[in-house]
Design a protein around this ligand. Structure first.
Ligand SMILES: Nc1nc2c(ncn2[C@@H]2O[C@H](COP(=O)(O)OP(=O)(O)OP(=O)(O)O)[C@@H](O)[C@H]2O)c(=O)[nH]1
Length: 312
């Protein structure tokens, strides 16, 4: 069977979702898609890819500008989505279990006839969607820290390898920030484990609010955290590290329990391995602790000593 590939059309240059569905090539593409939709959806367990396939088929039924899928494992938007004047929502239910809510945005209101056609299309998605949700949930459980929901050490090991490949291929900067809480042990000792967990959740929140993409945020267990910055984010890494330390120290839960954070950062050097990058960031963190805590230190290249940049 001939399978549709998103890369085989010259629509790739069309900037918006509406632009795709209004392209002269669109009806040929959509015809191909809707007839093969169930088979298409079976080819991937990635929710983003399934949404993209489904939205291309739905675009044949109404002039879509955006499509969003809200699930228990996260929210996903079709590529090129932009707000439209009309919204239509539909719950995707399988065996009395709500899998997701689908939000369509379109140029025109959705007629009852279109609603019926969309419902038929949605039925084709239910089983592939359920499978993709199960797989995504399992992946999340394997890669997320159960307390804070941040990426765990396994996720970090994978992410830093991928970031390194990207850095080498595109010659772009990469910075690793390691953070460790100050005086955290006394929270557990004096107020119990529950209070300690409350602090860890507060720290994760403070970090999420400070960073643009919380995908780059990890907890290794205990009171150790890591942040991986690439491309333009890496250029302001020192600023980010100071912001993080400040945000943690100022969070009301951390203030209440007298907890602050120290950070060490290291910029990736040409041909450096992830291990040496990690070791340098760790040494910088050690230096920040030695300097009296609640501080940020930056590692300079390889064998040179770590220099003090400034106190947080
Ligand atoms: N509440 C809680 N505590 C944890 C968890 N994982 C590890 N810990 C505790 O975290 C503490 C970390 O110890 P340290 O980093 O040496 O303590 P610290 O007081 O921050 O030391 P400094 O970094 O020198 O300021 C230990 O008491 C661990 O038992 C967790 O998931 N929840």
């Amino acid at each position: 069977m001939e399978m549709f590939s998103f890369s085989d059309m010259s629509l790739q240059h069309v900037p918006s979702y509406a632009g795709i569905t209004s392209s002269p090539l669109w009806s040929a593409v959509a015809n191909k898609l809707s007839s093969a939709l169930p088979e298409q959806l079976q080819t991937t367990l990635e929710l983003n890819q399934q949404l993209q396939m489904f939205s291309m088929a739905a675009g044949k039924i109404l002039p879509l500008t955006a499509m969003q899928l809200c699930t228990a494992v996260g929210e996903f938007k079709a590529a090129g989505s932009s707000n439209g004047p009309h919204e239509y929502r539909s719950m995707l239910v399988l065996n009395e279990q709500c899998l997701a809510e689908l939000i369509y945005q379109s140029e025109l209101p959705v007629s009852p006839m279109q609603q019926r056609k969309l419902l038929e299309l949605e039925q084709q998605w239910l089983f592939p969607l359920r499978n993709a949700l199960i797989v995504t949930r399992l992946q999340q459980l394997a890669l997320r820290d159960t307390l804070t929901g941040l990426g765990n050490r396994r996720y970090f090991d994978d992410a830093i390898q991928k970031a390194l490949q990207l850095t080498e291929r595109k010659q772009q900067p990469m910075v690793l920030i390691l953070l460790d809480l100050d005086n955290f042990k006394q929270v557990n000792d004096n107020f119990g484990h529950h209070a300690g967990d409350e602090v860890l959740l507060a720290v994760a929140d403070a970090m999420r609010c400070t960073l643009r993409a919380s995908d780059n945020l990890f907890r290794f267990g205990g009171d150790e955290f890591a942040v991986l910055l690439t491309a333009e984010d890496a250029q302001s890494a020192e600023l980010v590290a100071h912001r993080l330390v400040k945000a943690i120290g100022q969070h009301h839960i951390c203030v209440k329990f007298g907890v602050s954070a120290s950070a060490g950062l290291a910029s990736h050097q040409a041909e450096e391995t992830t291990q040496t990058l990690f070791n340098r960031a760790d040494s910088a963190l050690y230096d920040a602790k030695q300097s009296g805590k609640n501080a940020v230190r930056t590692a300079v290249i390889h064998s040179k000593p770590i220099v003090e940049v400034m106190n947080a």
